[in-house]
Design a protein around this ligand. Structure first.
Ligand SMILES: Nc1ccn([C@H]2C[C@H](O)[C@@H](COP(=O)(O)OP(=O)(O)OP(=O)(O)O)O2)c(=O)n1
Length: 119
C-alpha cells in the first residue's frame, strides 16, 4: 500500500473501492481483521456518529458552508465525518455489499418513489 502523508492528497477521484482496499490493508497490517466483525464495525460507526453529533451539539442551527467556524473546527468535522464513512465502507465490505452499486441503485429507487417536479 502506498503511504499517504497528511496534506499530500487532494481527495480527487478517490473511489469507495480505493478506500475499501486501504481499510483492508490497514486492518491486515495490524492483525485487526479478527476485530472487524459486522457488529463491532456497526457499533464503532455508531460511536463515531456520536462524536460527529457532539460537534454540532448545543450550537443551534449552523449556516451552510460553516463560514464562521474556525479552521480547526472544520478539520475536526472532516475527521469525524471520515471516521463514520470509513467504518460504513468497512462494514459494507465485511458484509459482502458493493456499496457503490447499492447506493446507485438506491438513488434510482428514490427517484421512482419521489418523482421530480415538472418546472
Ligand atoms: N479497530 C479499529 C480502530 C480504529 N480504526 C480506524 C477507523 C477510524 O477511522 C479510526 C478510529 O480511531 P479511534 O478509535 O482512535 O477514534 P478517533 O480517531 O475518533 O479518536 P478519539 O476517539 O480519541 O477521538 O481508526 C479501525 O479501522 N479499526
Amino acid at each position: 500500500m502506498a503511504a499517504i502523508r497528511e496534506g499530500e492528497n487532494d481527495g480527487m477521484g478517490v473511489s469507495l473501492k480505493d478506500l475499501s482496499k486501504k481499510l483492508e490493508d490497514f486492518a491486515k497490517a495490524r492483525d485487526w481483521e479478527k476485530y472487524h466483525t459486522p457488529r463491532n464495525l456497526l457499533l464503532a460507526m455508531v460511536g463515531e456518529v456520536g462524536e460527529l453529533s457532539e460537534i454540532f451539539q448545543w450550537k443551534g442551527e449552523v449556516e451552510k458552508g460553516l463560514e464562521s467556524w474556525e479552521e480547526s473546527e472544520k478539520e475536526h468535522l472532516g475527521e469525524e465525518l471520515s471516521d463514520v464513512l470509513l467504518y460504513l465502507i468497512r462494514l459494507a465490505d465485511i458484509c459482502g455489499i458493493d456499496l457503490g452499486h447499492a447506493a446507485l441503485n438506491k438513488i434510482l429507487k428514490n427517484a421512482i418513489k419521489y418523482p421530480p417536479i415538472s418546472l
